[in-house]
Design a protein around this ligand. Structure first.
Ligand SMILES: Nc1ncnc2c1ncn2[C@@H]1O[C@H](COP(=O)(O)OP(=O)(O)O)[C@@H](O)[C@H]1O
Ligand SMILES: [Mg+2]
Length: 600
């Protein structure tokens, strides 16, 4: 069920339940109360109507009995009987016709304004009443030939022959109708009823409907007063004391009696319908607002799920949805910062990986370089071995020749040159062999880097001074410790220094700087010069054995390759930076002694 439906149902129930649960029962109660009061009123009216008609009839009865009993009509002649009737009609103005009938039903006198033939119905009714008439007055209704109900009041008078004569009067309905009119309730009707037949109707009234009359006919009690709260009418009846079997009935149609309640009920129903409509509209409006906000939250949650951590919800209002929005925003905020942290961490990791990869590549390149150098060295050493034997022969023979040759011999100079060149060749081949041979195991021990530098400096110091090359020494204090072979490392520094010296030669002002320093877990020995620098095309080749740009005989291009190998044996590396015409910087990086110890 959607939120809108639930809300509508709830609001409908909340707004209509009091009306349905309380309002309608109250209306029902009010209707019953109204009916009760109306029938009480009707009963009173019926009783007063009955009383006044009874009084009229009592008067008729009294007059009839006095006149008839004192005059004894059976003993009078016809003219006197008519006179008697005349007296009667004078005393009872409501009487329209009167008659005297003997025990056999023969009319003995008749007084009528309409003539004898017109009173056939009246006389028939009086004759018919002979059996049923007791000692008192009896009232009879009959229908006239021309239509319309008439009333006949009949009284029996004992005759001299022991039989009974009847004195009867026809009563005009107008008297009864006046009494009924006085009893008639507002918007209702009043009747004079014989038994269950409603015979005389009040003038001043709407007659009851057929259904209402049927309902009444079933209920009227001839002897006792009563009331009816019927479907079609609200009515009451009261018997006439003066005329047994007759009663006055008073009633109003139910719709008239209940009109105020019906009106109220209609008003309540209309109000209910209006309230229901209003509630539906209100709930639709409310639900639309709520579901729009819920939809916004839904969309935001989805967006967050898809990684849009910057999505935020408006926090307006102080209701639960606003609280959910605030919580959501806090969560998105937290998620955003967590993601930023993760990204930073990822970046750091990436940088770390890049650095490690670069180191690995460099190590690989160094390994390749070392392998290349080793291959070239072995090749050179092989060649040197082959050359060495013939060279020894050449040198020996040249020396033998020189020993035997007098100083004046003009060829002596040539033989001396042969000997010198052979000596140089031997030097070169021996250097080569030394380079390629597995030299004596390096003697590793802990030592001061500054000591190594000082030993190498001692060997080149004189040369530098002689060449007028300025030297700047900057050693870290206390001296960094490295683990290594002091002789081999001094050799490396010496090689670098002598290359720097050569680079500075002939360049006035160009100097050399040597320094030791700590760099992380390593120790660096830096030799830099302001000499001629290395041409870019030479830079990739300077560590190759026999690569040289020098044409002096003492330089055979092995200095840097030997140094490279020594440093590699110590677990370190040599880096070079150089610009042609500006100078070069060689950095030897060795693991510090403590680090080396822990690494070992
Ligand atoms: N400090 C430097 N300044 C300029 N060039 C240098 C320097 N050190 C080395 N070189 C270049 O590297 C080459 C190889 O050096 P090395 O192996 O010591 O052999 P050699 O000194 O016998 O030439 C040198 O010939 C020179 O061209
Ligand atoms: Mg050299």
């Amino acid at each position: 069920m959607t939120l809108q439906r639930k809300l509508a149902l709830f609001l409908l129930a909340a707004s209509l339940a009091p009306v349905v649960g309380v309002g309608f029962p109250i209306l029902g109660w009010a209707q019953r109360e109204l009916g009760r009061r109306a029938s009480a009123e009707h009963l009173a009216r019926a009783r007063s109507g009955a009383a006044s008609i009874s009084a009229d009839l009592a008067q008729v009865d009294a007059t009839l009995s006095t006149v008839a009993e004192s005059w004894r009509p059976d003993r009078l002649d016809e003219a006197d009987r008519r006179g008697l009737l005349l007296v009667l009609s004078r005393q009872l103005p409501a009487v329209e016709a009167s008659a005297i009938v003997d025990g056999e039903g023969t009319t003995r006198a008749l007084l009528s304004t309409r003539g004898g033939a017109a009173e056939e119905g009246f006389l028939a009714a009086v004759r018919a009443a002979r059996e049923g008439t007791g000692r008192g007055l009896s009232l009879h209704a009959y229908e006239e030939a021309g239509g319309g109900v008439r009333l006949a009041a009949v009284r029996a008078i004992p005759a001299a022959d022991g039989g009974r004569w009847l004195v009867a009067v026809r009563l005009g309905t107008s008297v009864v109708q006046r009494r009924l009119d006085a009893a008639v309730p507002e918007d209702g009707a009043a009747y004079l009823a014989s038994g269950t037949r409603l015979l005389v109707t009040s003038v001043r009234a709407e007659p009851l409907t057929e259904a209402a009359r049927g309902e009444l006919a079933e209920r009227i009690d001839r002897k006792r007063a009563g009331a009816l709260l019927g479907r079609s009418s609200l009515a009451a009846w009261a018997p006439l004391a003066a005329a047994p079997g007759w009663s006055v009935v008073v009633g109003v149609p139910a719709e008239v009696a209940y009109a105020p309640i019906v009106g109220l009920r209609h008003a309540a129903l209309t109000a209910c319908a209006l309230v229901a409509l209003g509630v539906l509209a209100l709930s639709a409006l409310l639900a639309r607002r709520i579901s729009a906000r819920v939809a916004r939250i839904d969309a935001a949650v989805r967006a967050l799920g898809e990684g849009e951590v910057e999505v935020r919800l408006p926090e307006e209002g102080r209701d639960e949805i606003a609280a959910v929005s605030r919580t959501f925003n806090a969560m998105a905020e937290e998620l955003g910062s967590a993601r930023a942290r993760l990204e930073r961490w990822n970046d750091d990791l990436q940088r770390e990986v890049d650095a490690r990869t670069r180191e690995l590549r460099e190590a690989q390149a160094q390994l390749l370089e070392a392998q290349k150098l080793a291959a070239i060295g072995q090749l050179g050493a092989g060649a040197a071995h082959e050359i060495n034997n013939p060279l020894t022969g050449i040198l020996g023979n040249a020396q033998l020749l020189l020993e035997a040759m007098p100083r004046s011999n003009p060829d002596r100079e040539s033989v001396e040159k042969i000997e010198a060149l052979a000596r140089r060749c031997r030097d070169i081949t021996q250097k080569l062999i030394r380079f390629s041979q597995q030299r004596a195991e390096p003697d590793f021990r802990e030592l001061d880097a500054n000591r190594v530098v000082a030993e190498a400096l001692a060997l080149v110091d004189g040369h530098l001074r002689a060449g007028g090359i300025p030297l700047d020494v900057s050693l870290a204090e206390p001296s960094p410790r490295v683990k290594g072979d002091p002789g081999h490392l001094a050799q490396v520094v010496l090689n670098l220094l002598s290359n720097a010296r050569t680079a500075c030669a002939g360049r006035p002002g160009a100097g050399i700087r040597i320094a030791t320093r700590r760099a992380g877990g390593d120790v660096e020995i830096v030799v830099s010069d302001g000499g001629k620098g290395i041409a870019p095309e030479h830079l990739p080749r300077i560590f190759e054995p026999f690569f040289t740009t020098k044409d002096q005989w003492s330089n055979v291009g092995l200095g840097l390759s030997v140094s490279y190998r020594i440093v590699a044996e110590h677990g370190g590396r040599i880096d070079v930076e150089s610009r042609a015409g500006e100078g070069s910087t060689f950095t030897v990086r060795l693991p510090a002694a403590s680090a080396a110890a822990t690494a070992a």
